[in-house]
Design a binder for this molecule. Structure first.
Ligand code: FNR
Length: 351
């Protein structure tokens, strides 16, 4: 007989089939970009990686002014995670964790506000690895088992993790089998090894070979195609074919152009218009300006108008940035009492 948690996770597998996802990205994957990507056609949107140590201290607050739910760090007023009803069925909270008890505590506290929880097993940064989190987990199958088994047993939302490829296909297959056996709903695979930089080509053949060796019922989400496939083609099918996976996850390509989630249905994309939509969403949800500006700069990354990019970079507030982008009307459409409440702090570590 199947363990109840595992049986429940089986029922969640369908959520990860044939889907295009916004990959987890620190600074980028905050509420406004997630909503913009959803409105462009993304199926699931991952949060930026949030560390269990800080989430576990947070207090849940409903922000009636903006209709958002916020997880706030007591004493500092920093909003660590903010979400809303529109994304409730699609937002995946990505955790940085190496501790099953803390991960379970956080997941239970937050599960009514999210669509799923994902564990980061790919981040190579010293902060993560020294804390035993992120890519450090890839060489610790026992910790992986403990973490995922505990989450599967305790929570009522889908549990997944995101890994990188290992040295050989055989090693990656072995790791994915360990993960699958914990009962989780799916796994995301970034087709680069730990020391590989984002500029290097991802290894699609490797993902494809892993996909072929794993039970086809277990969903695998391919990641790492932003530079080679997705960015230059509005047709996500190329990346799907190269990786052998029917579900994909985009990070940088989506950060530069969320309209890619329309999957081939748009020929011409207006970055100024996307930036305008982003800013409207950000202001409507009371999103902190500095993070919004950073995201608009990414949206304009390949913009042909350098003057506009310089203006955005110099802007010190929503009104200024809207003026630079010629969308003063969007700024004026936000009620003054709301504008007055925008600008809550973001923790320095994330800024
Ligand atoms: C990332 N990536 C990442 N991965 C993760 O699991 N958690 C995270 O918080 C982040 N943060 C992050 C921030 C930024 C700005 C970038 C560009 C990337 C890695 C990301 O999810 C993805 O695996 C890689 O970027 C490869 O995918 P693309 O960019 O080729 O689509």
């Amino acid at each position: 007989k199947m363990v109840p948690g595992i049986a429940l996770q089986r029922k969640f597998r369908h959520m990860y089939r044939n889907v295009n996802c916004l990959a987890p990205m620190v600074r980028a994957g905050t509420l406004p970009l997630r909503l913009l990507c959803l409105r462009q056609g993304a199926h699931l949107v991952y949060s930026e990686e949030l560390i269990d140590h800080s989430l576990v201290l947070c207090t849940r607050k409903v922000n009636a002014e903006f209709d958002t739910v916020e997880y706030v760090m007591p004493g500092t007023d920093s909003v660590i995670f903010s979400t809303c009803a529109e994304e409730k069925k699609a937002v995946i909270l990505q955790l940085g964790t190496a501790n099953a008890d803390r991960a379970v505590k956080v997941a239970i506290m937050m599960q009514n506000d999210i669509a799923g929880v994902d564990v980061n097993m790919g981040c190579p940064k010293p902060y993560s690895v020294l804390g035993g989190m992120g890519a450090a987990l890839l060489s610790k199958p026992d910790t992986i088992k403990e973490l995922l088994t505990s989450l599967v047993a305790a929570v009522s939302v889908p549990v997944t993790c995101k890994i990188r490829i290992l040295d050989t296909v055989e090693q990656t297959v072995e790791l994915v089998k360990v993960i699958e056996a914990t009962g989780v709903a799916a796994v995301g695979i970034h087709g680069r090894r730990i020391p590989q930089r984002p500029r290097e080509q991802a290894n699609y053949e490797h993902i494809k070979a892993v996909r072929a060796a794993i039970d086809s019922d277990f969903p695998i989400i391919a990641n790492g195609g932003s530079l080679d496939y997705v960015h230059n083609s509005p047709h996500l099918v190329d990346f799907r074919e190269a990786s052998g996976c029917d579900s994909i996850m985009m990070a940088r390509a989506a950060q530069w152009n969320p309209a890619l989630f329309k999957d081939g249905q748009v020929k011409h994309v207006c970055k100024r218009e996307l930036s305008e939509q982003y800013l409207k969403i950000a202001m409507e949800h009371g999103h902190v300006f500095e993070n919004a500006k950073w995201n608009v700069m990414n949206l304009l990354h390949f913009d042909k108008d350098p003057k506009r990019a310089r203006g955005v970079s110099a802007a010190r507030g929503y009104q200024e940035i809207c003026t630079v982008l010629g969308c003063e009307a969007v700024y004026k459409s936000i009620p003054a009492h709301k504008l007055a409440k925008i600008g809550r702090k973001r923790p320095l570590a994330l800024s």
